[in-house]
Design a protein around this ligand. Sequence first.
Ligand code: MN
Ligand code: MN
Length: 461
Amino acid sequence: MTTDELREKLLSAPKNGYTAMTPAQREELNAYCKRYAAFMDACKTEREATAWTVAEAEKRGFKPLASGMQIHPGDKVYLNNRNKSVILAVIGTQSLAEGMNICAAHVDSPRIDLKPNPLYEDGGIAYFKTHYYGGIKKYQWPTIPLALHGIICRKDGTSVSVCIGEDETDPVLMVSDLLVHLSADQMKKTMAEGIAGEQLNVILGTEPLDGEGADLVKLNILKLLNEKYGIVEDDFHTAELTVVPAGKCRDVGLDRSLLGAYGHDDRVCAYAQLEALFSIDTPAKTAVCILADKEEIGSVGVTGMQSRAFEYFAETLCLSQNVRLGECFSNSFCLSADVSNAFDPNFPEVSDRRNNSMLNYGVAICKYTGSRGKSGASDASAEAMQHVRTVLDRAGVCWQLATLGKVDQGGGGTVAAYMANRNIVTVDAGVPVLCMHAPMELVSKLDCYETYRACKAIYLG
Ligand code: MN
Ligand code: MN
């Protein structure tokens, strides 16, 4: 053999996904990304993603899971976990004893939550006090347009949804930063210290009510909220309100090859696996789509992936077929669909280029996450990686490898370890992202589309 022939035969040769894309696929890719962008515009919190998913699932014939229900191949069921997480399944022709094909993503994203007693006035300005949720660089959040999303439970037992700042005619909110003229001291601080958590106070207004006494600006804000939502200040104690970047998902780049939005992590994978589930006919193995909450703070809580809500869901399915849950899990496979860090030429020093995902090279498969010697990673086996490789290659999916930065640079985790702890073989895979956890994150449209195709291939085994 010549050297060229050996090179061709022996060497790994990852290719930019556009090199193999047909015009028809490009059209499909663009149509897919338009649907994804619309989902992003409608869903900025786990609650909104859950509500959207339940509504779309019902349109497609999915029925709420009920204890004791009988299920048959082709049946479509879902569990709305307390309006913050949702699990869906399309029942396969095989017994659940053969296992399920699961895709698990999360629909919560880093953001700024209101404190339970948030409203105050200082220096003639009304503010919300906040406590950030998940890993953010605090300095990125001042001086950008922000929107308020969430729910308030009122004293009378009713609740009301809140969304301010997304409609063109809405006002937006903002956190201030110091003018550069007086920033001599601030500019000497580290980027972690430049804006403190207790400085992420959200500006609400400045106009006082007529009258005497203190807090007339605050009182005016409360009056406006009372008129719109029927709430009083005590109702903040029983609210879940969050501040997120205002605005829509946008095409980025002169060639429109990228999408910029708040919260691609991890709704970009959540949407991929959801549309994939909606697109399949009755599979051989039961296909399960999990949209989890609380991943950004450790997958804890009743709606996080560590919750036994998933056991409740899977056990209800298994009982109807007289199958042991443990048997079903032991034969199941899970794609932990979460984003990876795309290689950023502006910061090459944090990555091992040979092992980092790249924009436009397709869905990124990640053997392990974790930090400091893979700590906290489920570390997929060779056989598990081989399963994914076989399934994706058979479906012609464009895929690549990913690791989370160079050794000892940092790290992170996903829901993978919690799925693996259930005795379910699990591999991480997802869309490479630039500026992960920033108010605006970037993904490539091609990678979004290939992740959708990957999820579909996994469901179909
Ligand atoms: Mn994530
Ligand atoms: Mn994240």
